[in-house]
Design a protein around this ligand. Structure first.
Ligand code: PRP
Ligand code: URA
Length: 209
């Protein structure tokens, strides 16, 4: 699949299995999601530009690489995307964080926007949108629409589990956006939950089941 990067690192896959397990409670769910998000951030940032500076080692002067200072924005989709913020910020502590509040209408499955607050300099930032679940793709498309409307130029999607249906919907609406995911699952069920998935990510994260 074009522009879909599946992160098959053994540590990510191991932790994802325990996230899927229905016996995993909220405390462990939060910890695992934080750990996976940090590991995924490592891959998502693989193409960040570098520049070389002079540094003096105990042996001699040399030139060595540092990040070129590209500005990053992290955009969690509420609620479940909040569970990925801490892990990503551990690797990218200077990133600004914008929030997008959306929920899926249980009948129509259409995304309903209830809140957003974004960094003012979106156009200058590389944005990483965080949401563990890419199901029908409606929430992600609405978020990318909103970001582009507010000037965003460079966007990446980072999710945990994607359904093939959601990937197709996002790529049809926004063919320029790469999707980084830990797994592409089988399909959606009749309630548009990902199969096998992990259930309702927001409820499992915050213990609201
Ligand atoms: C979940 C999930 C995504 C969305 C994915 O959020 O966190 O945002 O569903 O579904 P979609 O691809 O079909 O749009 P939900 O609507 O349950 O809201 P919540 O996180 O506040 O519980
Ligand atoms: N939202 C979730 O939290 N889980 C799914 O499987 C689909 C949408």
């Amino acid at each position: 699949m074009e522009k879909v990067f599946v992160m098959d690192h053994p540590l990510i896959q191991h932790k994802l299995t325990y996230l899927r397990d229905k016996e995993t409670g909220s405390k462990d769910f939060r910890e695992l999601l934080t750990e996976i998000s940090m590991l995924m951030a490592y891959e998502v940032t693989r193409d960040l530009p570098l520049t070389d500076i002079e540094v003096e080692t105990p042996i001699c002067k040399t030139r060595s690489m540092v990040l070129a200072g590209k500005k990053i924005g992290v955009i969690p989709i509420l609620r479940a995307g909040l569970g990925m913020v801490e892990g990503v910020l551990k690797l990218l502590p200077a990133a600004k964080v914008g929030h997008v509040g959306l929920y899926r209408d249980p009948k129509t499955l259409a995304p309903v926007e209830y809140y957003y607050k974004l960094p003012t300099d979106l156009a200058e930032r590389e944005l990483i949108v965080l949401d563990p679940m890419l199901a029908t793709g409606g929430s992600m498309v609405a978020t990318i629409d909103l970001l582009k409307k507010n000037g965003a130029k460079q966007i990446k999607v980072m999710c945990l589990i994607a359904a093939p249906e959601g990937i197709e919907v996002v790529h049809k609406a926004h063919p320029d956006i790469p999707i980084y995911t830990a797994a592409v699952d089988q399909c959606l069920n009749e309630k548009a939950y990902i199969v096998p998935g992990l259930g309702d990510a927001g409820d499992r994260l915050f213990g609201t089941i």
